[in-house]
Design a protein around this ligand. Structure first.
Ligand SMILES: [Zn+2]
Length: 504
């Protein structure tokens, strides 16, 4: 649960800042949402930009809630551990219908769901991991197989557990990992030791990568590309395993029993969802947001879809003749099934000449608002992910070094509307869908990837309405500023990847 921090701690934080904390002992819920809503800092609109007041973050946040509800419905229909708006699943289809209906309700043109066939998709059916020693058995509830992890043999494995520290070469020195279950420990912000790969190369039977962020989150990892399956494990479970191993007398070893059944399901479909707001010309602006996400996927990418809908609502109310360019919205299938599985990207790339010939910009709306968190703030008692009352700065990209005008428009607009950005733009788009498109069309992206990313704690509360509002207003401002300038300001020949993305 969250609680207001009072007394000495409150005095230690700036007077205007309310700090919420998530206890580690249980999944959060609890504090009335209104308390959080009212605690958040709202950036005032500049007097000259009152037109953007119509973009209302509390209203947009309801779209985040609705998408999270789609995920929970799927979870509650017999998918308790691998759930979300997962590509190819019934939740994917429900979210496509939901988005198309939202577009239709705004009176948009050419609203359609374009089905796309999928290669066989990875669906883990069930798994269980226990660790035993000294008469004690721990069940690792938080263990989550990395995407595309190989199944374990029927009946599972029963092998020795090895404590592997950070999983660096030094940590593994002198340890025999062959045929064993190896536990390594890391968290976002630590140096990447390549622990999972290293243990795999040393012949481990299974790898367990403990995420040391406070709590016991389930984290869905991208493919580890290892022979043996890799699982992520929450901090509470991972520390319990470490302490169990430490408690055993010399000569006794902890044992791991693990099962993992996986189906590769053929003949599934996903979809692109289209909606158009015709403009005064056939020049185009694209706004994309991926619909898929793991668990509730509130930030990734419920927030991006909500923000995209906010832009659709805003421009739907402006007469066609006052919209200089046609705005095309696409709910993308997404990429959580791996970059090679992104069917929508493939189709859009194959049709790039036709689609993007007259495109001024493509805004990829992805993870635009995330609550600020600090992991174990200095002088806090216990293990906490403490919440601040604002939103995180984002990695961003705005056309790269060859489009200085676009960079300036994006920087100025975000600054004006109170959207924090990293000081330097990323030379290429962050790890978002814009990375598929930026070489052949002018792409913009600003995204956040921190503590709750891809976890079952990425709930709607982690997406502040204030950030949704600010980012969506900023994107509208970007569109309006771009519409004052000709295509030639933004269009460049396709970059075939033969020149440096980095500023000189
Ligand atoms: Zn995303």
């Amino acid at each position: 649960m969250r609680r207001l921090v009072i007394g000495v701690l409150a005095a230690a934080v700036a007077a205007s800042v309310t700090v919420f904390a998530v206890r580690t002992s249980r999944a959060h819920s609890a504090a009335p949402p209104s308390a959080l809503d009212e605690a958040l800092l709202e950036w005032p609109l500049p007097p000259a930009d009152q037109a953007y007041a119509r973009i209302d973050g509390k209203h947009l946040h309801r779209y985040v809630d609705e998408q999270a509800a789609i995920s929970r419905r799927y979870r509650d229909q017999g998918h308790p551990k691998f759930w979300g708006r997962i590509i190819g699943s019934s939740a994917d289809a429900e979210s496509a219908d939901w988005l198309a209906n939202s577009f239709r309700s705004l009176g948009m043109s050419d609203v359609r769901i374009q089905p796309l066939p999928l290669d066989p998709q990875w669906f883990p059916q069930k798994w269980e991991v226990t660790v035993s020693g000294g008469g004690k058995t721990i069940t690792l509830d938080s263990a989550q197989p990395d995407y595309r992890a190989a199944a374990l043999p029927p009946g599972g494995i029963d092998v020795e557990a090895v404590y592997g520290g950070l999983g660096s070469a030094a940590d593994f020195a002198g340890k025999d990992l062959k045929g064993k279950a190896v536990f390594t420990y890391t968290m976002v912000g630590l140096h990447d030791e390549g622990a999972v790969k290293r243990a795999d190369e040393r012949g481990a039977a299974a790898m367990f990568e403990v995420d040391m962020l406070p709590g016991n989150m389930r984290y869905q990892g991208y493919p580890s590309n290892t022979k043996a399956p890799a699982f992520t494990v929450g901090s509470d479970d991972g520390l319990a395993v470490r302490d169990l191993i430490a408690s055993l007398p010399p000569g006794q070893r902890a044992r791991v029993k693990a099962t993992l059944d996986v189906d590769m399901v053929p003949n599934l479909k996903t979809a692109l969802v289209w909606g158009t707001l015709p403009g005064a010309t056939d020049e185009t602006i694209y706004i994309t947001a991926h619909k898929d996400g793991w668990f509730e996927g509130a930030g990734d990418n419920g927030g991006g879809v909500a923000s995209m809908l906010g832009l659709a609502e805003y421009y739907a109310k402006i007469p066609k003749e006052k919209r200089r360019r046609t705005i095309i919205f696409i709910g993308l299938d997404g990429h959580h099934n791996g970059p090679d599985g992104a069917a929508g990207k493939t189709w859009l790339t194959q049709n790039k000449e036709k689609l993007f010939a007259k495109t001024a910009i493509l805004i990829n709306d992805e993870h635009p608002s995330t609550i600020t968190t600090q992991s174990r703030p200095r002088y806090y008692p216990g293990d906490e992910l403490a919440w601040g009352n604002t939103y995180m700065p984002m990695q961003w990209y705005a056309g790269g070094k060859d489009r200085p005008e676009l960079r300036k428009i994006v920087w100025d607009s975000f600054k004006k509307f109170g959207v924090p950005l990293e000081l330097d733009p990323s030379p290429t788009p962050p790890a978002s869908d814009a990375s598929y498109f930026y070489r052949f069309t002018p792409a913009i992206d600003a995204s956040e990837y921190h503590n709750y990313f891809h976890t079952d704690w990425e709930t709607p509360e982690t997406v502040p309405w204030t950030g949704l509002q600010a980012a969506t207003r900023a994107y509208a401002k970007v569109i309006d500023e771009v519409n004052k300038l000709p295509l030639s300001t933004f269009q460049r020949p396709e970059d075939k990847g033969n020149h440096s993305d980095f500023d000189e």
